[in-house]
Design a protein around this ligand. Sequence first.
Ligand SMILES: NC(=O)c1ccc[n+]([C@@H]2O[C@H](COP(=O)([O-])OP(=O)(O)OC[C@H]3O[C@@H](n4cnc5c(N)ncnc54)[C@H](OP(=O)(O)O)[C@@H]3O)[C@@H](O)[C@H]2O)c1
Length: 280
Amino acid sequence: MNIKGKTVLLTGANGGIGACVAYEMARAGAALVLTGRDENSLRQLRQSLHAADRHHTFVCDLQQSSGVNSLLEFCSALPAGIDLLVNNAGMSDFAFVSAADPDVTRALIELNLTAPITLTAAFLPHLLQRQEAAVINVGSVFGSIGYPGFAIYGASKSGLKTFSQALRRELADSTVRVLYVAPRATRTAMNSSRVIAMNQALGNAMDPPEKVAKAIMQRIQTGHWGDIIIGWPERLFAAINSILPRLTDAVLLRQLPRIRQHSRVPAVQSNTLFDKREAI
Ligand SMILES: NC(=O)c1ccc[n+]([C@@H]2O[C@H](COP(=O)([O-])OP(=O)(O)OC[C@H]3O[C@@H](n4cnc5c(N)ncnc54)[C@H](OP(=O)(O)O)[C@@H]3O)[C@@H](O)[C@H]2O)c1
């Protein structure tokens, strides 16, 4: 697909990967709608892009349905309409399930899974009328490999992966293409110092965000739609995990002490439900 002259709605535009995608797409001649919550950084990003006047910024919180609705209204009023929807905004939480904060869990599922599904469903009638259109969902390798400390994040990305696959099949006889891109660890603000320390301790590679943006662009330009995991050997591990999950269990059991050392785990292991029952 040639994105020259196309209009792209990019969520999480001011983040590490989002900004690199914005640079690549602007250079290739697309007009962008840049969204995020931080107005200043969105404005700065717009000014730094090729042909800045061609692009728009829109501030919205995608964890709120009002934010999703206001973004829809804004895009519906654009004369050119949207050709590509890039669901890139996301958050992570490196915590064992026993230490998960329910509010953070809800916020994470809302942003990583509910928002992309809602945006896709809302834009689809419009995308289906375009000569060429695409939905691009940014997932994670943890959507294919259940990784300790990332159970909830992985569940959100795994959901996004299945959603993308089914959507691609639903749209196979239409002009709308679907791409699911799953980066491995990438050097952006999303990763806390604890995640970085764990990756260093385990020797896990961390890609520059430019690499992810280039991979996305390459897929769009060559028309290689489908699922892509960025990085080797992660792509191989994901394939092995899908056919021999017990082998992955054994590998990750060896890594568990190191992962636990860096992750958020409960300070004191206690059975909260049991404790409450005792108190009644
Ligand atoms: N970094 C990694 O290691 C890695 C690995 C695999 C996959 N990914 C995926 O890549 C995507 C981009 O992540 P990144 O690494 O670029 O992270 P990042 O630098 O932290 O960027 C996250 C983006 O999401 C936006 N965002 C966060 N909360 C939002 C909300 N409530 N409403 C609207 N926008 C919100 C942020 O903008 P505001 O703060 O202005 O709202 C920011 O633009 C995510 O989907 C992530 O899961 C990342």
